[in-house]
Design a binder for this molecule. Structure first.
Ligand SMILES: Nc1ncnc2c1ncn2[C@@H]1O[C@H](COP(=O)(O)OP(=O)(O)OP(=O)(O)O)[C@@H](O)[C@H]1O
Ligand SMILES: [Mg+2]
Length: 224
């Protein structure tokens, strides 16, 4: 098995002023294989979002190691990390996180432009076409519906052909029809690119589609 992500003995403690520390992750081990679709599930507050931010190099673990595409994030510089995140990792958030001053096309093309890709715009146009949004390419986020915004966010996550895609409840703000459509597109694009997908979801339909289900409780993986 070729793995694209290895997390070993990962702990994450949040320190708070005037309140006890929160041990959000308490010794998580996780390995993700190339092309695999892993669903992460568990009760509210069990550490799922924290796990995604740590596995994706957005935040550092308090202890333990996270190796993404062969690189240990805990011993990488800020610049190496930024590059790693842009090239190897795609994100989809529950609340879209699009840049409000950029059109749909610009939002999608942006990570490819950052990576110095000459064909950024034509690649972005192709992706928007694949998710049925050719005619919305020049719309701004506030002119788009929730489902449309999330389809734009999918294209942005995929444009650099990231090895690893993280999605934190990507259908949580959508009605069931739009949610299903976004999920189908995400899975189809992930399979087409051969990327791995780590997706947090409470939906049993989503979980049923995954190659593997990781269940968390109180900051630990309790079933895998
Ligand atoms: N920045 C922070 N500072 C302090 N505590 C935090 C911080 N972020 C999260 N926590 C705490 O860490 C724990 C795990 O939070 P996390 O957001 O990872 O849970 P979750 O499983 O994603 O929950 P949900 O399903 O509600 O999204 C919770 O107890 C939360 O209150
Ligand atoms: Mg969460």
């Amino acid at each position: 098995m070729t793995s694209v992500l290895q997390a070993r003995a990962v702990w994450k403690t949040y320190q708070r002023e005037d309140a006890p520390d929160v041990e959000a992750l308490r010794g998580v081990d996780l390995e993700v294989a190339a092309g695999e679709f892993v669903a992460v599930t568990g009760p509210s507050g069990c550490g799922k979002s924290t796990l995604l931010t740590v596995l994706s190099g957005l935040d550092m673990p308090t202890s333990g190691s996270v190796v993404i595409a062969g690189r240990d994030v805990t011993s990488s510089s800020e610049q190496e990390l930024a590059e790693l995140r842009n090239k190897e990792i795609g994100f989809v958030f529950q609340s879209f996180h699009l840049v409000s001053s950029m059109t749909a096309l610009e939002n999608v093309a942006f990570p490819a432009e950052l990576a110095g890709e000459q064909e950024a715009i034509s690649r972005a146009e192709r992706l928007l076409d694949q998710v049925g949004l050719s005619d919305r390419a020049h719309s701004f986020p506030h002119q788009l519906s929730g489902g449309e915004k999330q389809r734009v966010a999918l294209c942005r996550a995929l444009i650099n052909q990231a090895k690893l895609i993280f999605a934190d409840e990507p259908t949580g703000n959508l009605d069931s029809h739009n949610g299903d459509q976004v999920l189908e597109l995400l899975i189809a694009l992930q399979k087409e690119q051969g990327s791995s997908l780590v997706l947090v979801s409470h939906s049993s339909d989503v979980v049923a589609r995954a190659d593997r289900v990781v269940r968390m409780k109180d900051g630990k993986v309790v079933a895998d």
